[in-house]
Design a protein around this ligand. Structure first.
Ligand code: AMP
Length: 455
């Protein structure tokens, strides 16, 4: 998963890009980068690490220019190393192009083979480089035409910001898997993965970029195109963005993450008859759901787990061992709150089950008498091909195991997940979603080379 930002302005924008990237740091913490055009050239700085660590004030001052893009990365395709940091910047036909990508292609390997057979030499192993090379291959002077051709080739999830020396382009794949919003501040146009990147600049959100849409900011104006005339939008916005990934203040495809999360907690509490004392959220991802559960059940909401604010997302650690120690460092029970209490523990999702198991154990060690785990989403049974880093199916606790098995593994007294249809209802049907991680219904199939060749 990653976060992207693009700003088109008529004044220096390095600081604005920096602040907006800072606001979407939760979308990727491995590396970050900014590329800025001064009208003639594109200059950039990218490195491994967090936004606040990578960019020094003096370096930002050197990045002069009024059009720019930025990226924060959590690797889901291609390793976590410098060569895969974005934005990617390249030269073709006497001009420079920079590109930043959020999402995962499902046919990147096939396209890479195809390009390698044509003599292309890759510097890294991310799917994003494939996009840049196809774009360059078909660029004959009209960026929109080359993007349309590229969109015919690339399959899967991609929200992109692409920059030439004098233009900024935002692209969302035909299913709109990953979010991309358009905002405005005075004469300035801003594209970002989440609205917080626009809000913090004092800008105003205009709308989501539509699935299959290409928006070009050039000569002070915006122009919108669709990738194909025959194309009919088939929006499949990722429901997991709303469940977990996006910030509580995100509104994506008309669904506000906080409202949705609260609603899911309320729905989960309906018809429940648990004799519990308190509702405890797993910070931070379980807070909104716990508010909803508490509203509906009338059980008091208590802070039973203290979070170390200086630790990033637990999940965002490459190995199982690191994830386990990560949970311990991150969350500590408040024993004076939980001791002797029957607790409804609320979290947003169970993936491997590691986090919940460790939290339940620590609450028991702190003296909780009963722990009833409530998850504000259905069991994750299938891997995501579109950029949410769910592990292989064999590592998903809910794949092939029923709720009773999961309850026993986690060690809680009772366990309940949100029903998939009720979850969709909680969005008030404001959009149509990809929920493949729950039901295995993949809007774009992951094809192997033979299947692709026969298409
Ligand atoms: P686990 O069940 O131990 O794999 O971890 C699940 C927890 O990690 C949930 O409580 C979520 O808050 C968080 N989480 C779930 N899915 C993801 C994901 N794809 N990327 C990062 N964190 C996630």
């Amino acid at each position: 998963m990653c976060g992207i930002v693009g700003i088109y302005s008529n004044k220096d924008i390095a600081k604005e890009l920096y602040y907006s990237l800072y606001s979407i740091q939760h979308r990727g913490q491995e590396s970050c980068g900014i590329a800025i055009s001064n009208g003639d050239n594109i200059n950039y700085k990218k490195d491994m690490g967090l936004v606040g660590d990578v960019f020094k004030e003096s370096e930002l001052a050197n990045l002069k220019g009024s059009i720019g893009i930025g990226h924060v990365r959590y690797s889901t395709a291609g390793g976590s190393h410098l060569a895969n940091c974005q934005p990617l910047v390249g030269r073709c036909r006497k001009r420079e192009l920079a590109l930043a990508h959020n999402g995962n292609l499902v046919n990147a390997n096939y396209l890479r083979d195809m390009l390698e057979e044509d003599g292309y030499m890759f510097q890294a192993n991310s799917d994003t480089e494939v996009i840049l090379y196809i774009l360059a291959r078909y660029y004959k002077g009209d960026i929109v035409e080359s993007i349309k051709i590229t969109m015919d080739y690339i399959k899967g999830a991609y929200s992109l910001v692409i920059m030439g020396e004098d233009e900024l382009v935002a692209v969302r794949d035909p299913h709109g898997f990953r979010p991309l919003v358009l905002g405005k501040k005075g004469d300035e146009y801003i594209f970002a993965s989440e609205n917080c990147a626009i809000d913090i600049l004092g800008g105003e959100v205009i709308r989501d970029v539509e699935p299959g849409e290409i928006i070009v900011a050039k000569d002070g104006k915006l122009k919108s195109y669709f990738y194909s005339e025959n194309y009919k939008p088939v929006k499949r916005s990722c429901i997991f963005e709303h469940i977990y990934f996006a910030r509580n203040d995100a509104t994506i495809d008309n669904v506000n993450a906080y409202d949705f999360r609260v609603k899911c907690g309320e729905v989960l509490a309906k018809d429940e008859d648990i004799k519990a004392d308190i509702v405890v959220p797993v910070p931070d991802s379980g807070w909104a759901g716990a508010v909803g559960y508490s509203n509906e059940s009338k059980l008091p909401l208590s802070e039973g787990l203290v979070k170390n604010r200086y630790v990033g997302r637990t999940f965002i650690k490459p190995t199982q061992e690191e994830r386990e120690i990560g949970v311990k460092i991150k969350l500590n029970p408040l024993s004076n709150v939980v001791k002797g209490k029957s607790i409804v523990l609320v979290d947003d999702s169970v993936v491997r089950g590691t986090t919940s198991k460790l939290i339940v154990k620590s609450l028991r060690d702190a003296g909780a008498s009963e722990i009833h785990l409530r998850i504000t989403s259905p069991p994750v049974q299938y891997s995501c091909y579109y950029g949410i880093d769910t592990p292989h199916r064999s590592n998903l606790i809910a794949s092939g195991n029923d709720v009773e098995y999961i309850r026993e593994y986690i060690g809680c007294d009772s366990l309940k997940f949100l029903d998939i249809d009720l979850m969709v209802e909680a969005t008030e049907n404001k959009a149509t979603f990809c929920k493949a991680c729950f039901d295995g219904d993949y809007p774009v199939k992951k094809l192997d080379r033979e299947e692709l060749l026969s298409c």
